[in-house]
Design a protein around this ligand. Structure first.
Ligand code: C2E
Ligand code: MG
Ligand code: MG
Ligand code: MG
Length: 279
């Protein structure tokens, strides 16, 4: 009996595994098609300098216009892309599209801004990653100083030595580097000093309950003062309210990004925002 039950259970288990593997293959195939057929696109979210009120940069955020499911966010397909290696070609596409768009804005006469692109660990660890970045700049004609790459602490900490080396090569190209979701990882203060980054992005989780949550307020203040001490720029992500802006300004935060200013929007809508003169 026991043996039989065991065997039945095993068969169910194996069938379930096969099923899941199959589903994953299908989703992977679908994503590959999405890339090939132009279903992926970028939205842009503005970043404002609190001292001048100027929109000086935008973050490029990937989306999938799915034929049946509608608009799909990166949280629903980037992890799969990372697991399957599709992040290579998707990351290349993102980088190129962002550079091309930024160059197009400049050519149309808008004041030059920086475009910031998110980078996955697997992408960053590719042997020829720096060359790919150089190629994207070359192809688009965008000057390196108008591109920023957002790296996460966990990406860097996977292999600090290697990461620092790659970061130095990127720095030599002239692109800017930022640490995204800062505070959620575990990079030590001593390692932070070794990273050639220009900006820290305070993670949204520390911003959303400002100014009332005293722990978050303390963390936000600490990150801001850390950044200032290391002579880095610091930006708060996920800023939604006037109260948050007031707190951050008072705490010495340089820049903000979030729904308070604008949600991520299409290139055309962003262009309209860039045309508005500073207040
Ligand atoms: P992230 O880089 O930390 O991007 C910020 C996320 O916060 C975006 O979500 C943005 O829409 C959202 N956000 C911005 N302001 C606010 C706000 O005021 N309130 C709230 N509630 N949310 C806000 P999104 O676009 O869904 O992206 C999620 C994550 O997916 C990104 O986090 C990034 O890690 C990843 N991602 C996005 N685009 C790319 C890409 O092109 N390549 C890679 N590798 N990852 C990407
Ligand atoms: Mg980001
Ligand atoms: Mg972030
Ligand atoms: Mg994030």
């Amino acid at each position: 009996r026991a043996k039989e039950i065991g065997r039945d259970a095993m068969q169910v288990f194996t069938a379930e595994l096969a099923n899941r593997a199959h589903e994953k293959l299908e989703r992977q195939e679908e994503l590959r098609r999405a890339l090939a057929q132009g279903e992926l696109f970028l939205q842009y979210q503005p970043q404002m300098d609190l001292a001048t009120g100027r929109i000086f940069a935008v973050e490029a955020l990937i989306r999938w216009r799915h034929p049946e499911r509608g608009l799909v966010g990166p949280g629903d397909f980037i992890p799969l892309a990372e697991e399957t290696g599709l992040i290579g070609p998707i990351g290349d596409w993102t980088l190129r599209a962002a550079c091309r768009q930024n160059k197009a804005w400049q050519v149309s006469g808008l004041p030059p801004i920086v475009v910031s692109v998110n980078v996955s660990a697997r992408q960053f660890q590719e042997k020829d990653w720096v060359e790919r970045v150089a190629a994207a700049l070359e192809e688009s004609g965008l000057e390196a100083r108008y591109l920023e790459l957002e790296l996460t602490e966990s990406l860097i900490m996977q292999d600090v030595q290697q990461a620092v080396e790659t970061m130095h090569r990127l720095e030599q190209l002239g692109v800017h580097l930022a640490i995204d979701d800062f505070g959620t990882g575990y990079s030590s203060l001593s390692s932070l000093k070794r990273f050639p980054v220009g900006r820290l992005k305070i993670d949204r989780s520390f911003v959303q309950d400002l100014p009332n949550d005293s722990d978050d307020a303390a963390i936000a203040r600490a990150v801001i003062s850390l950044a200032r001490t290391l002579q880095l720029r610091v930006i708060a992500e996920g800023v939604e309210t006037r109260e948050q802006v007031d707190f951050l300004r008072e705490a010495g935060c340089h820049e903000i990004q979030g729904f308070y200013l604008s949600r991520p929007i299409d290139a055309r809508a962003l262009q309209a925002i860039l045309c508005i003169p500073n207040p």
